[in-house]
Design a protein around this ligand. Structure first.
Ligand code: NAP
Ligand code: GCO
Length: 267
């Protein structure tokens, strides 16, 4: 037997949302390397063009589309187009996401709603659009990009934590509702990963010292470092491949051990 065959994505169509750069781009690159055809979207044409160039530089022929994942009508049109131009989607990664770091008492309800819209409502909208094709095809993989904040809270991220906690439960619900159609829906909960989203937490201070949050995260992480987008590649391929066909409704935390660790004891 060749167990590596179970990890192959040959012949599969994978849609990764918001994948012009960052975590989505790394996951899409890994899928292409495992044999999948890559489809991605972003809100603006400039970002799609930038993404297409970045994929091309990696030797990947990706299909890029403009689509705001919070707009149900636009998402339905986009998925129809992909099904006609590329094929029925076998793998969906709900990656597009935003964060607003604002103390709760200063946060406007409008800002809270915006985060919920992109980080929770959009995965519902996009999943709803791809599931009928997956049912027709007889299989499907949905991977929701969750967070440490699916489990933990912290100052300033009330909307993000509410959305990512909700996304964990949407994951379990999709698994429960469509498991009988051979659809597996799982989450990946990245730890603190160095991307543009977390850049403000890693900025060097005016006096040249490290950002206090940077040191805080390194101390909280048994691996003693920030994650890099490449850390998510293997787990994302596993959850998209036949190797995980009986794994359903699970969130795989890829966090260097943060969730397992009580924190450094006082010296
Ligand atoms: P990022 O660098 O900010 O990338 C997010 C991508 O999503 C961007 O390309 C962004 O486009 C796109 N996007 C945002 N709103 C969209 C919309 N309405 N429609 C379509 N695309 C949209 O973030 P990242 O760090 O790679 O994060 C990717 C995912 O992982 C997010 O869901 C994030 O919450 C999650 N995550 C990140 C970390 C981390 O430490 N970095 C940890 C755990 C989970 P624009 O540039 O136009 O906004
Ligand atoms: C924050 C961070 C996090 C991470 C990530 C952790 O401000 O605390 O941005 O929320 O991005 O989601 O898993």
């Amino acid at each position: 037997m060749d167990i590596l065959k179970d990890f192959s994505l040959k012949g599969k169509v994978a849609l990764v949302t918001g994948a012009s750069y960052g975590i989505g781009f790394a996951i899409a690159k890994a899928y292409a390397s495992a044999g999948a055809t890559i489809v991605f979207n972003d809100i603006k044409q400039e970002l799609v063009d930038k993404g297409l160039k970045a994929y091309e530089a990696e030797g990947i022929k990706a299909h890029g589309y403009v689509c705001d994942v919070t707009n149900e009508e636009a998402v339905n049109e986009f998925i129809n187009k992909v099904e006609k131009e590329v094929g029925i989607i076998d793998i969906l990664v709900n990656n597009a996401g935003i964060i607003k770091r604002i103390p709760m008492l200063e946060m406007k309800a409008e800002d809270f709603r915006k985060v919920i819209d992109v980080d929770l409502n959009a995965p519902f909208i996009v999943s709803k659009a791809v599931i009928p094709g997956m049912i027709k095809k007889g299989h499907g993989k949905i991977i929701n990009i969750c967070s440490m904040m699916s489990e933990l809270g912290r100052e300033t991220v009330s909307a993000y934590a509410a959305a990512k906690g909700g996304l964990k439960m949407l994951t379990r619900n999709i698994a429960s509702e469509y498991g009988e159609h051979n659809i597996q829906c799982n989450g990946i909960g990245p730890g603190y990963i160095a991307t543009p989203q977390t850049a403000p937490l890693r900025e060097v201070q005016p006096d040249g010292s490290k950002h206090p949050f940077d040191q805080f995260i390194i101390a909280k992480t048994p691996a003693a470092r920030w994650g890099v987008t490449e850390d998510l590649m293997g787990p994302a391929v596993f959850l998209a491949s036949d190797a995980s066909n009986f794994v359903n409704g699970h969130v795989l935390y890829v966090d260097g051990g943060i969730l397992a660790y009580i924190g450094k004891q006082p010296q």
